[in-house]
Ligand binder design. Structure first.
Ligand SMILES: [Zn+2]
Length: 213
């Protein structure tokens, strides 16, 4: 399987998990991967002919059992590498995505499982995305964004978008997964959250990329 095909399967899987729908629209795949809908549809037809997806014109695409297994293998490898890089090699959460993109295609299942055991069989990557098991079981995915929290609510950060600019900004603010805040104020531009008497100003745009409990 070509690397680009693996990336397509991974993108389809991730969109499907996030939208809680087996059927994924080509336009969403195109947006995720940064390609045109036309080129995405061509690639999807090729994946269909190889048995990885079912392409339903004008409706979308869904993973077959074979495609699902392959995409879980890639997502799993990606997130295990991310944890390894952060915990064992001192990488920051904004640096691991690109390395993991390369490594996920290179490692054997055996190597991935050795690393998985070495890092203590974690349930989530450093961005708070669940690491699926081979049978497709995944932990809870936190989907309520900070933007949706009301004044006075407590907000525990559980998941962040893997967006480099956002992650670097969170580093500067020293905001981490599992940090607990209170929502102090909201307006049409920003949300102010507070932790240990320190106030943090989060733009509304950013608050839609932070998810919690
Ligand atoms: Zn991650």
């Amino acid at each position: 399987m070509h690397r680009s095909e693996e990336d397509y399967l991974k993108a389809i899987y991730e969109i499907s998990v996030n939208t809680e729908s087996n059927l994924v629209k080509s336009v969403d795949v195109a947006e995720t991967l940064g390609f045109t809908v036309q080129s995405v549809n061509e690639k999807i037809k090729r994946l269909d002919s190889k048995g990885y997806v079912n392409f339903i014109p004008y409706k979308g695409v869904e993973l077959t059992k074979k495609g699902l297994e392959e995409s879980i293998r890639m997502v799993r490898a990606h997130r295990i590498w991310e944890v390894f890089l952060m915990e064992k090699l001192g990488y920051s959460w904004h640096e691991v995505h690109e390395e993991a993109e390369d490594l996920e295609h290179a490692a054997s299942d055996k190597l991935i499982e050795r690393i998985y055991n070495l890092i203590g069989r974690p349930k989530y990557c450093g961005h708070g995305n669940p690491i699926p098991s081979f049978d497709g079981k995944i932990e809870n995915i936190y989907k309520k964004s900070l933007f949706e929290f009301d004044l006075g609510n407590n907000f525990i950060l559980k998941r962040v978008f893997d967006n480099k600019k956002l992650l670097i900004d969170l580093n500067k603010k020293d905001i981490k997964i599992n940090d607990e805040f209170n929502v102090l104020s909201k307006n049409d531009k920003v949300i102010i959250i507070v932790k240990n008497n320190i106030e943090y100003t989060i733009t509304n745009n950013q608050s839609k990329m932070l998810f919690g409990d």
